[in-house]
Every structure is written in C-alpha cells, then in structure tokens.
Design a protein around this ligand. Structure first.
Ligand code: 13P
Length: 288
C-alpha cells in the first residue's frame, strides 16, 4: 500500500468517535516501530516529521522514500499518512515537493491575517496534489529556553475563519502543551474545545501535546471532536529508558551487544509498545 493523505482516515474517525494517532519520527528505529505497531493492530496511523527530524534524516524526499520502501518491505497494508509537523511555510513547500501525503502549516505565531493568507495558499497547492492540510491558530505552549509556557486557548472566532479555507484538520490550543506537563497544569479546557468545534463546523480537531494528558481527559477530548492526537515525548522517553536499561544491565558488554542494532533493539520494542498503548486509548485498533 502507498502513502495516503489523512482525509479518509480522519473522516472515518469523526464518524466512529475515535482518534487516529500521530506519532513523531525521530530516527530509523521509530519508522519501523510505528509501522509494525499499526500493522499488528490494524490501525491507521499518521507519521509526523518536524523540521528538525527532516534535517536529521536527510530531508523530506529521503524520508518519503524510506517510509515507502519500509512499507513495501514490511508488507504494510494499513493506511499510513506521512505528515509535516508544525511546518514553517518553506518547510511545507519542501515537503510537498518531497512527496509527503499530508502537511501541517503552522502559522500560529503570525498575525491572524497573515496566517489565513498563507494557509489559503498552502491549501491551494495541496489540493493540486491531493495532500491533506492541518492548520493552527492560537499558540500551543511548551518548553522553550528551559521555560515551560502554560497552554493558551485559541479564539473560537479565529478557528471559524481558518476552518472556512478548506483545511482538513485544525489544531487549536485548549490548554495543551508540548513536552512534559508541569505539576501545576490546569488541564484541558473542554468549554473552549466545544466552542471551537461549534465555530469550526465539522472539521476534525487535532490535540497536540498528547504525552502526559490523563487518559480520561483524552477520552473526553475525543468525544468532543478531537480526531487526531499527536504523541512524541512519551515515545521518546520509552525508547531512551529501554536503551538506558540495556546499558545499565551491562548487555552492551556481552556478545554482540556492542553493535548499534543490538543496542537500539529494546528501545525499538518499547517505542512500538508505547504506540500500541496510545492507539488503544484513542480507540483506533481494528479501524484500518
Ligand atoms: P508531545 O511531545 O507532548 O507528545 O507532543 C507531540 C506533538 O504535539 C507534536 O506536534
């Protein structure tokens, strides 16, 4: 199966009241782990690529080729979308030229007028290539320069404006943040979420910062219209903890444990298991 855009999988998720997991790629092991997790559980999946990952893994075309070749090699038959995560304007264009099937243009730091104008242009370009588009309004907080910014809430009126541009999914802050949540975090704001969904019409909503949100809050967000949940930090931690344990247990010092493939094997399994745990929570198992 070739890469698909995210439109159909999100339409089905909306109809079926579940969410599709977006998992961020960080290295080759994560490609393998997420594809195997999706196939084993018959779940649709969205693979997210940040600008940093694109640079690390050799650019958008290299990643497209790697994911497609892996899919053929591993006989992956479930729907897989390859998606730009928080793309700047130029990154979104690069990814479109590099064969990605889905693009997030994040203009949330721009004045709303400019965000709308650039999002409109990206939508036009994506439509020509049958690529799905995610837009963002209202900044989603997170760790920056060692300081954790509390999650802001988006303005539902702005959500309504951007939803009219023909986008396929909308990320809007409801108190969520990227990375680890601080101990005094106030939780998701479901009133704002309901107001955003009302203003944005039928568009599937995206919950960023999916790591560390209590399960019942995630379920409630899905019941109110969230159809895509982004997870990165928890999968990274699972990978690193398993790798650290491998070394602390001295396994790198016996047999062929020194080889990079052996060193990273437990991390790959832990990433896959975390991915399945999240897809179970989101309700996407068996929906491929
Ligand atoms: P976390 O790293 O908090 O899971 O967030 C991931 C994300 O939202 C990527 O866009």
């Amino acid at each position: 199966m070739r890469l698909v855009n995210a439109k159909e999988m999100l339409r089905k998720a909306k109809e079926g009241h579940y969410a599709v997991g977006h998992f961020n790629l960080n290295n080759m092991e994560s490609v393998r782990a997420f594809l195997l997790a999706a196939q084993e559980t018959h779940s649709p999946i969205i693979l997210g690529v940040s600008g940093g990952t694109a640079k690390y893994m050799g650019g958008y075309r290299t990643i497209t080729d790697m994911v497609e070749d892996f899919m053929a090699y591993l006989d992956i038959t479930v729907p897989v979308a390859l998606h730009v995560d928080h793309g700047k304007y130029e990154e979104a264009l690069d990814a479109l030229n590099g064969g990605f099937s889905s693009v997030m243009f994040d203009g949330s730091k721009l004045p709303i007028g400019e965000n709308l104008e650039k999002t409109r242009h990206i939508v036009e370009l994506c439509r020509e290539k049958n690529v799905s588009v995610e837009a963002e309004v209202g900044c989603i907080g997170g760790q920056e320069d060692g300081h954790v910014a509390m999650g802001e809430c988006a303005d539902p009126a702005e959500c309504g404006q951007i939803a009219k541009l023909g986008i396929d999914m909308l990320a809007a802050g409801i108190g969520n943040i990227h990375g680890k949540y601080p101990a005094d975090w106030k939780g998701l704001n479901f009133e704002v979420l309901a107001a955003i969904q009302k203003a944005a019409g039928d568009i599937p909503l995206v919950l960023h910062g999916g790591s560390g949100i209590p399960d019942d809050m995630v379920r409630q967000a899905i019941s109110l219209g969230v159809c895509k949940v982004n997870v990165n930090t928890e999968c990274q931690i699972a990978f690193t903890e398993a790798t650290r344990k491998f070394i602390e247990d001295g396994k790198d010092l016996t047999g062929n444990g020194f080889t990079p493939r052996a060193l990273l094997a437990d991390g790959l399994v832990a990433t896959k298991e975390k991915c399945i745990e999240k897809m179970t929570l989101f309700g996407s198992l068996g929906k491929a």
